[in-house]
Design a protein around this ligand. Structure first.
Ligand code: HEC
Length: 156
């Protein structure tokens, strides 16, 4: 079989590029801070609903200790000065259901990501939302309750 009858070189190049793109897509979803991991843990081992502890044990791995976010293999939005936080419902849905490269943390969720994602109770989600909205330079006065988070949880 002569080289001329084999697959056209352009097809091979295109296939290689497609594989590369797929690999990069996977990389983009890996948290940037796994090396400085703060220890992903199950919700059961977290104290009832301490928003600060939940943030620093779970969220800061991607959003960084001061909520400044990160850019590297992927983009992890800053939560400091993030106008989207004006809506605690938006935050609740993001945490419950996940959003693109952010995993879901709602109860009966979790797990289906690149690492074992802990699932959080409605109380814990409310606590971490109230924590983030009053830290890192955020000064929102309204609080979300566990009942409001529960109402937004479509997983059950
Ligand atoms: C594995 C990494 C990761 C973890 C852990 C994580 N997030 Fe995220 N988060 C992301 C990514 C990536 C996005 C951007 C999603 C997108 O593409 O819109 C995001 C988006 C958000 C947004 C929306 C910001 C905006 O302006 O659109 C909020 C709010 C948020 N995360 C809060 C949290 C909280 C609170 C926790 C902890 C319970 C947390 N995240 C844990 C990766 C993560």
């Amino acid at each position: 079989m002569s080289a001329l009858t084999g697959p056209h070189p352009r097809i091979i190049v295109a296939a290689a590029l497609a594989l590369l793109a797929a690999a990069l897509g996977l990389l983009a979803a890996v948290p940037p801070a796994r090396a400085q991991s703060t220890g992903m843990i199950g919700a059961a081992t977290l104290k009832a609903a301490d928003g600060g502890e939940i943030y620093h044990r779970i969220c800061q791995g991607c959003h960084m200790p001061n909520g400044q976010g990160a850019k590297g293999a992927g983009t992890y939005p800053a939560l400091a000065g993030d106008r989207a936080l004006a809506s605690s419902q938006f935050m609740a849905v993001t945490i419950l259901d996940g959003r693109r490269n952010m995993p879901a943390f709602g109860k009966d969720r979790g797990g289906g990501f690149f690492f074992a994602t802990p699932s959080l109770t409605d109380e814990q989600i409310a606590a971490v939302i109230n924590y983030v909205r009053t830290h890192f330079g955020n000064h929102y006065k309204d609080r979300i309750t566990a009942a409001e988070v529960e109402a937004l949880n479509h997983a059950h």
